[in-house]
Design a binder for this molecule. Structure first.
Ligand code: TNX
Length: 504
């Protein structure tokens, strides 16, 4: 869509005000501050979107929102020339940061202000939740009334993430783009891709074609295999960035590495020499759920660090975000600490910041490293490292929605991780920059199952990540979630039908 510019003169706004009946929108995540008005603004036949320099992309998002509702709009650059106003105003930076916004709906129309593009985008995402649920499947609506409101909003945490394990079972570009769309509505902004594990290697590395020629063709038992080409990775990345979501790629090392070991003989201690000269026949794929049994041959540092450097180098080269995740979980080796320190420094050599699962903080990693906490042990706090909270009892969504749900892990919490367990998470860690929920896919074999694990629990993650802690109220959240059920259905999400939510 291109931005059409017309002159503002001669067009008269005829706002129609209707009163009372319009329901209070069920906003999730709950904004920092809302003042509801009693009346509503009925969207007129003729609409003008008025924007200032820098907000062109937001104009397109707003136009899209209006066009799926079959509402005609014209666009003009200026200060005060339409019933829809998008205004970038850098002087709001102090109050709103990059991602905050102000949204006002009154008899003059709709006004969104922010200090940066991300804030305008989130203002529009909030506005989207004022529209009828039908817009999520492009059902046009003749008569839309937007409840008067005055919102001032900004996130609690800068890191609001979800992790998809595409290594155990592969989920490709189409699923991930959908996932990004859904994340964006709830103001989540980091998509962590667990790209490699014992069961599969999922990212093209041009200097090491065997990684995908061999390593991508397997998966967990019953799951999907495959990989993202670099072209697809970049396409996903740009798609996500347009929605304020940064991709965080993970290559899990030095354990969880069997798919690479079977593809590249040299990084094994025995070179698979027993298989020579028929190296063309790799050892069998691994399709089980066991963890902690494979590792690089750390006694061959030259070969291993050369491999790590080439892989990280290529990945850094195609990654626009500032982070590379080096994994580092669940492995025991006398050379482990030395490895994570080197891997961290390799990431930095390529101009990126490392993230690792919390075990990496056992090593003398740099103080720029971000520790992703899944048990929440103390090292990172003592070392004063920034953390991402993925504590398994609240954020491991591979665990059951309700006790006894099939095809789930239960090692962290036998009864599963309920939506209330997610919602009740309270960070006690002053170094936390945010939260992230993970779905590991040893038992998640298709799109429906992955949807079922993420949704609606990821919506609770979004609220915990965004809304002020003092405002978190589970009963109120459940009511708003119930009111969003039609919207969720219309987005095509195969969500779990959480008890206690009205899914009508
Ligand atoms: C632990 S926690 C893992 C994953 C498994 C998951 C299953 C962590 C960093 N690693 O390898 O898939 O448990 O719940």
């Amino acid at each position: 869509t291109s931005v059409l510019t017309i002159s503002c003169s001669g067009l008269k706004n005829t706002p129609e005000v209707i009163s009372a009946e319009t329901e209070t929108p069920a906003l999730i995540p709950s904004p920092q501050l809302v003042k509801w008005g009693t009346n509503s603004y009925r969207i007129p036949q003729k609409n003008i979107i008025c924007y200032n320099w820098g907000s062109e992309k937001s104009v397109q998002w707003l136009q899209q929102l209006l066009s799926v509702s079959n509402i005609d709009s014209e666009v003009t650059e200026g200060e005060n020339c339409g019933n829809w106003k998008l205004a970038l105003n850098t002087s709001l930076q102090g109050e709103l940061g990059e991602e905050g916004y102000k949204l006002t709906i009154n008899s003059d129309g709709i006004h969104i202000q922010a200090a940066a593009e991300a804030g305008l985008f989130y203002g529009i995402q909030s506005l989207r939740q004022f529209f009828p649920a039908g817009i999520e499947k492009a059902v046009s609506n003749q008569d839309i009334a937007l409840r008067y409101a005055e919102i001032t909003d900004k996130p609690r945490f800068s890191w609001r993430g979800s992790m998809v394990d595409i290594a155990r079972s592969f989920f490709g570009l189409e699923y991930l783009k959908n996932h990004v769309d859904r994340m964006a509505l709830y103001k989540l902004n980091r998509l962590h891709l667990h790209l490699t594990d014992d069961q599969g290697w999922r990212i093209e590395i041009k200097s090491k074609p065997a990684l995908t020629e061999i390593g991508s063709k397997s998966s967990t038992d019953g799951g999907n295999s495959g990989f993202l080409t670099q072209k697809e990775y970049k396409e996903l990345q740009d798609y996500a960035l347009a929605r304020n979501i940064i991709i965080v790629p993970e290559v899990d090392m030095p354990g969880h590495i069997y798919a690479a070991l079977r593809s590249i003989p040299e990084i094994n201690c025995d070179d698979y020499s027993n298989l020579s000269p028929a190296r063309a026949t790799p050892p069998e794929a691994y399709t089980g759920p066991q963890v902690g049994w494979s590792k690089f041959c750390l006694e061959k540092p030259e070969v291993v660090y050369n491999f790590v450097s080439e892989v990280i180098g290529e990945l850094a080269g195609i990654t626009k975000g500032p982070w590379i995740h080096i994994g580092g979980d669940e492995i025991d080796d006398p050379l482990y600490e030395e490895f994570v320190v080197k891997a961290d420094s390799i990431v930095q050599q390529y101009g990126k910041t490392s993230i690792g699962w919390e075990e990496v903080t056992k090593g003398k990693v740099s103080n720029s490293l971000i520790s992703q906490e899944w048990h929440g042990e103390v090292e990172s706090v003592v070392k004063n490292l920034r953390t991402i909270e993925s504590i398994c009892s609240s954020f491991y969504l591979d665990h059951a929605n309700v006790p006894g749900q099939e095809n789930t892990n239960n090692w962290c919490k036998e009864d599963g991780v309920s939506i209330q367990d997610v919602y009740n998470y309270r960070s006690r860690n002053p170094n936390a920059i945010g939260v992230e929920a993970a779905v590991w896919t040893e038992y998640v074999l298709n799109d429906e199952m992955l949807d079922n694990r993420f949704w609606p629990r990821l919506i609770a993650v979004a609220e915990v990540a965004w809304s002020p802690e003092d405002d978190l109220d589970f009963n109120d959240f459940k009511e708003r979630l119930s009111k969003q059920s039609e919207r969720i259905k219309n987005m095509g999400i195969h969500h779990f039908a959480t008890p206690g939510i009205n899914w009508s």
